[in-house]
Design a protein around this ligand. Structure first.
Ligand SMILES: [Zn+2]
Length: 298
């Protein structure tokens, strides 16, 4: 095949989609626990695991269980970019910001003082006022609700253009009611910034990978840490580890099955290339395992 540039090195670089470099020396990361939701399996499995809990000839009345889902964010102290926040969790007052029936379907069951976003950031030795940019993997209410803390701050709110457009459309038309809310999709008082690249190297050692399926503009975040290796935060491409380990897609929370399968292949390829640790959107067991022996990551 003819080379566009005639330079084999340039051509290789032009086709390289994954940055191979690590974060600069001094980079530090914390995984924040922002509480949990507990969802009845009758809802939860239909939400999170396609076909689960359906009755069969041999089991006409499957037993409902519940699962506790952790709400997470990642805080990154980056020597070049400053303090970066990946995702923000839910609003503080879900009774007001979500209301019924969302609080009935997805009740928040653990939410103490330490789970509030500003308090969780404080526990790392930082202040929410020092956050220089917020990156959102997707804009659902349990990931973007904490944007309430960034109203009128001018802090860049960074998300994929497809996600931003879809969330605006969903809120404006009510087409995807319940999972996106207008109270944090503020077009006047938040400093929205978007990108369009499928693989976007946002800062040295940190990249975002467009992974449509759960939502049109969902992006996983990859961070290559010098000491602790590569972590991939999948946000809700995978809510729970079964979505990943058994390639078991979501129930009604999936939006585009073909795209989800393609994103699944892409992320699994990244995990294998980088020998990455995968952090799923809400998997409590994974969260507890990853954070068991570490307060922070370098
Ligand atoms: Zn979620």
């Amino acid at each position: 095949m003819a080379s566009l540039s005639g330079d084999p090195v340039s051509e290789l670089l032009a086709h390289a989609k994954v940055p191979a470099y690590v974060c600069p020396k001094g980079t530090k990361m914390w995984i924040l626990n922002l509480g949990s939701l507990t969802i009845d399996e009758a809802w939860q499995v239909k939400l999170l695991l396609r076909g689960a809990n359906g009755s069969t000839a041999s089991n006409k009345n499957p037993v409902n269980k519940q699962r506790e889902l952790v709400i997470m964010a990642a805080l990154i102290e980056h020597p070049d970019a400053g303090l970066i926040l990946f995702e923000t969790g839910c609003a503080e007052d879900v009774d007001i910001k979500w209301g019924f029936p969302a609080t009935d379907l997805f009740p928040r069951t653990t939410y103490n003082e330490e789970h509030k976003l500003p308090v969780a950031i404080k526990a790392t030795g930082h202040d929410i006022k020092d956050v220089k940019a917020v990156i959102l993997g997707h804009l659902h209410l349990d990931h973007a609700g904490g944007l309430e803390h960034f109203i009128d701050t001018g802090v860049p709110i960074i998300t994929h253009e497809e996600e931003f457009k879809h969330a605006c459309w969903a809120v404006g038309t009510g087409a995807d009611l319940g999972v996106y809310l207008g109270n944090y999709m503020d077009l006047d008082r938040l400093n929205w910034q978007t990108f369009t690249e499928p693989h976007y190297s946002i800062y040295q050692g940190i990249s975002l990978h467009h992974s449509p399926g759960h939502t049109p503009g969902l992006c996983a975040l990859q961070i290559n840490l010098a000491r602790d290796g590569t972590y991939i935060f999948t946000t809700d491409q995978y809510h729970i580890k079964e979505n990943y380990e058994e390639t078991h897609p979501h129930g009604w929370l999936a939006r585009d099955h073909t795209q989800w399968c393609r994103s699944n292949g892409m992320i699994k390829n990244l995990v294998s290339i980088y020998n990455a640790t995968v952090v799923f959107g809400h998997d409590m067991e994974t969260y507890l395992t990853v954070t068991k022996d570490k307060v922070s990551f370098e």
